[in-house]
Design a protein around this ligand. Structure first.
Ligand SMILES: Nc1ncnc2c1ncn2[C@@H]1O[C@H](COP(=O)(O)OP(=O)(O)OP(=O)(O)O)[C@@H](O)[C@H]1O
Ligand SMILES: [Mg+2]
Length: 608
């Protein structure tokens, strides 16, 4: 018991709005270079190797690709048709003026824009240029930082005061008994604590020490000073190149004193503006000309990477010949929710993920080698996705893990390691009995060519519209055109006499979709004997890779198997067979040559 509790406590709730679709806002006094910085960001082609669509959502909002050498490496290796890196959504916010919290300048409108973002790039002017007017008269980054810090804190104080009032009003009606009242009191205490941090301790809310419960209260208040800040110090090109500026040490000292731990990145908008139209080679040439050495002189990649990390964002990859793509998620997300950023079906019908770490793929060189070294893992719902994971999600109503060609079980092999079973259609005129399955094509390509297992016939694209039907729908809420087509439906046609071994194999699955069951079955999970019914200690998943536990005694020994035998009260094979009138199976349209033998037998079948 105790260790479990400890573990739960170790899991810290994250500050900030929950979700994966987080935005960072560029904040600063007027005329410090925010818009120029935003423009260079939104024009930049940070993942140059990648041919991605970066989208300017509107003039003030842009999705900026976040550079990642791992992504570049994956693109090299998979050579996919489409490459989609991770993005950071950036918003250009109008300048803030002293007194904004009381309505000066754009005042509250400005602050509501800050409230709407999840993190802050604070642009600090440290360049001298008489031509560029400073609203405060002269260049003084410390004063500017103080102004912004003060305005954000004042606004938070005002906001928290209102909240305190509300709690005080309610307090009189609260008792000591009900749990709800107790929770209200706790919440009031937290609001009190937030107030003290801001007023007495003079700290930003994110610099306080909070319990998970307190963080939930903070998150519900969307406080400005709870948002992470990355300080971007805008230098003249000359100062940036020579790495010298009289303000920098002072700015660092100010941060250490006021907001210890926040990151500081010096850059030069003036230089970035010149670099933005150059190719990578030209940028390096330019750096050499400036005496900076053989480097990419731009700081934009560093900035987006820091902003992405400040929001606790990480990425996992999906890789294949069609697409290599990075998916942005919040740190700490479990597998189903992480899969859900691709498609909500992946979350709602989550089955498992086949996951390898990027480092393992890089070390072993190929997926096959990763697998051979036992580093390709099947992960279930509790798995916390790690930065750099390469994932294949499996979803569906239920998945049957069928033996692959190397490891026959119950005498049946298929060219897929897993099938999601949707429906079993009894024979009708013009069509034999078949099972609608959903297969993950990434499974198929990993297995030997040929496609058809020893005993089954898989026909794709046979019966018109419904076969080979892409399972995709909009993958990404924002740009509805991208389809996620990795999963597809196929019909699996099976010779009558081979049906029994197939069902034997299926009988080792933990669950099947309700439509596969005889009508009147109470639940899709109750069809096969549950673990409680059978005394065989079989785990929840039956997987071809799993060690045989003795129950599959027919393994590799051809037809029939012994499933449904000793210890099982239900015989799945006869149940399935009772569903189908195999005697009336006519030759299906377009039955291909591979299936000739099958077709002949089907034709020979006696008329009903
Ligand atoms: N490092 C730099 N060196 C010299 N000039 C710069 C530098 N950075 C920005 N500028 C100049 O400062 C001026 C103001 O920049 P910009 O319009 O981007 O500021 P802003 O912060 O967006 O202002 P506002 O709050 O009014 O929208 C521009 O003329 C820009 O070219
Ligand atoms: Mg601007």
């Amino acid at each position: 018991m105790p260790p479990k509790k400890k573990q739960e406590e170790a899991k810290k709730t994250l500050l900030g709005r929950p979700g994966n679709n987080l935005k960072i806002g560029i904040v600063g006094l007027p005329n410090v270079g925010k818009s120029s910085f935003f423009n260079t960001l939104s024009q930049t082609d940070l993942g140059k190797a990648a041919n991605f669509p970066y989208a300017t959502i509107d003039p003030e909002e842009a999705r900026i690709p976040v550079p990642d050498p791992r992504f570049d490496w994956l693109c090299e290796v998979y050579k996919p048709a489409s490459k989609v890196p991770a993005f950071l959504t950036c918003i250009d916010i109008a300048g803030l003026t002293a007194g904004a919290s009381t309505g000066a300048g754009l005042g509250n409108a400005f602050l509501s824009h800050v409230r709407a973002v999840d993190g802050i790039f604070q642009c600090v002017r440290a360049f001298d240029d008489a031509e560029v007017i400073h609203v405060e008269g002269d260049v003084d980054p410390l004063r500017d930082m103080q102004i912004i810090s003060t305005e954000l804190r004042l606004k938070d104080i005002e906001w928290v005061e209102k909240e305190l009032e509300k709690h005080k009003k309610n307090a009189r009606s609260l008792g000591n008994v009900s749990l709800a009242d107790k929770a209200k009191k706790e919440e009031a205490a937290t609001v009190e604590k937030i107030y003290k941090i801001l007023t007495e301790e003079n700290k930003d809310v994110r610099k306080g020490t909070w319990t998970n419960k307190e963080i939930e209260v903070i998150n519900s208040l969307t406080l400005l000073t709870a948002k992470p800040i990355t300080y971007l110090v805008n230098l003249s090109e000359r100062d940036f190149v020579r790495k010298k500026n009289k303000w920098l040490p002072k700015i660092k000292a100010w941060i250490d004193e006021n907001n210890p731990g926040d990151s500081l990145i010096p850059f030069s908008v003036a230089l970035e503006e010149r670099l933005v139209t150059m190719s990578d080679e030209e940028k390096i040439e330019e750096a050499e000309k400036l005496g900076m050495g053989k480097i990419n002189p731009s700081a934009l990649g560093k900035i987006t990477t820091a902003g992405y990390a400040s929001l606790d964002l990480i990425r996992y990859f999906t890789c294949g010949p069609d697409e290599v793509r990075a998916w942005t998620i919040r740190k700490g997300l479990k597998a189903p929710q992480a899969a859900g950023v691709i498609h909500s079906d992946f979350e709602n019908k989550f089955v498992c993920g086949e996951i390898m770490a990027f480092e393992d793929l890089k070390e072993f060189g190929s997926e096959a080698q990763v697998k051979a070294n036992g580093k390709l893992r099947q992960q279930g719902k509790p798995y916390e996705v790690q930065d750099g994971d390469i994932c294949y999600w499996k979803s569906g109503h239920a998945v049957a893990f069928l033996p692959t060609s190397g490891e026959p079980r119950g005498g049946f092999t298929l060219p897929y390691t897993s099938l999601t079973l949707h429906a079993l259609t009894p024979a009708s005129e013009g069509s034999p009995a078949h099972i609608y399955c959903q297969v993950d094509e990434s499974d198929a390509v990993r297995l030997p060519a040929g496609g058809v297992g020893e005993n089954g016939q898989i026909q794709e694209g046979l019966m018109g519209g419904m076969n080979g039907h892409g399972y995709g729908s909009s993958a990404d809420g924002e740009d509805g055109e991208e389809e996620y087509a990795e999963m597809r439906e196929v019909r699996l046609y099976v010779e009558a006499e081979k049906l029994q071994p197939l069902f034997s194999a299926l009988s080792s699955c933990s669950a099947l979709h309700a439509s596969l069951l005889p009508s009147g079955e109470p639940s899709s999970f109750g069809f096969f004997p549950s673990n409680d019914d059978i005394d065989d200690g079989e785990g929840e998943w039956s997987d071809a890779d799993e060690e045989d536990d003795g129950e599959q005694d027919g393994e590799g020994e051809g037809e029939g198997g012994e499933e449904g035998g000793a210890g099982r009260s239900i015989d799945p094979v006869s149940r399935f067979e009772s569903l189908i009138d195999w005697g009336s199976v006519p030759k299906p349209l377009g039955w291909d040559e591979d299936a000739e033998e099958v077709a002949a037998r089907v034709e020979d079948a006696p008329e009903p």
